[in-house]
Ligand binder design. Structure first.
Ligand code: BJW
Length: 248
């Protein structure tokens, strides 16, 4: 990989920004050993398409299989540690006057790295809710059945994540759109940019005149439109970028 050079104009924009928004995706956790969503699944799950497991219909058809897929990923993310990219973002939050981290990730690694002003658009794998009533449930009786049953209505429990065809949490979504409209610098990091409505956020920021920076080793639908593209892994690029903002 060629050396990543951070342009001076980009550093100046970040240092002068009154409001910074960062959108993250699964690529940010790749260097923590969490597979990205669209990467080939590993081991037992290699033969399943994740896009066909992350739906209400899949859960209705085979609740035990979908629950076990999430149990496997919950354990994987619980064992993972935040990487240099997560820590760089937590530091950037401390340096920017008005900073919003919008994440599509459900793994909780940003929080563990110290990020605070965060919006989780697709939920969190470490929480559960009732499939029927959609209320969060944190305790239940473990009868050994999988999925476990809701202690209120006896329906199945499911992970508190957003599946295809489901609405995103409205408060977080509104706040993310408002932040994208108002920011002067927007970073899109480690996301393929194919899942709506999150994929629209950098384009809204661009339309409103923000500087948009993409960090991703691979090209995405945003790459040609972005003001700056840093083609490399976030665990390498983000510490460099924050270092450059720290001392110019
Ligand atoms: C690195 C790296 C390194 C690797 N460093 N980078 C408008 C048009 C068309 C369709 C729709 C639309 N509006 C809504 C839809 C339908 C649908 C949708 O968008 N479908 C598209 C796939 C076509 N959206 C929805 O259904 C959403 N709901 C909704 O809009 O409700 C209203 C509505 C419903 C129905 C119809 C119309 C309106 C809900 C979306 C929920 C997404 N949920 C998931 C699963 C969460 C739980 C789980 O994990 O199991 O969220 S899907 C999955 O994709 C997950 C992710 O958060 C999300 C985004 O993926 P992400 O993070 O970008 O990961 P990858 O794997 O795609 O990419 C990784 C990237 O990292 C790559 O680019 C790598 O290069 C890069 N990378 N290493 C930096 N080291």
């Amino acid at each position: 990989m060629s050396e990543i050079v951070i342009p001076h104009d980009l550093i100046d924009a970040l240092r002068g920004a009154k409001s910074v928004v960062v959108l993250t995706g699964a690529g940010v956790s790749a260097e923590s050993g969490v597979p990205t969503f669209r990467d080939a699944q590993t081991g037992l799950w290699a033969k399943f398409d994740p896009q066909e497991l992350a739906t209400r219909e899949a859960f209705e058809r085979n609740p035990k299989m979908v629950w076990e897929w999430y149990a496997y990923r919950r354990e994987l993310t619980a064992r993972a540690e935040p990487n240099a990219g997560h820590y760089a973002l937590a530091e950037l939050e401390g340096r920017a006057s008005n900073f919003t981290l919008v994440t599509q990730n459900i793994d909780g690694l940003h929080q563990r790295a110290g990020s605070r002003n965060m919006l989780e658009l697709h939920g969190n794998i470490h929480r559960n809710k009732c499939f029927q009533e959609d209320v969060r449930i944190s305790r239940w009786i473990d009868s050994g059945e999988e999925p476990p049953r809701c202690p209120r209505c006896n329906s199945y429990l499911r992970p508190d994540v957003v599946w295809f065809g489901e609405m995103l949490p409205p408060v977080e979504l509104d706040e993310a759109f408002r932040a994208a409209v108002e920011c002067d610098v927007f970073l899109s990091i480690g996301t393929s940019g194919v899942v709506e409505p999150a994929a629209s956020l950098p384009f809204i920021a661009l339309q409103k005149g923000a500087i948009v920076i993409e960090v991703n080793p691979d090209a995405t639908p945003l790459s040609n439109a972005a003001t700056f593209r840093l083609a490399g892994p976030s665990g390498l690029v983000m510490p460099k970028l924050v270092e450059a903002v720290r001392h110019k």
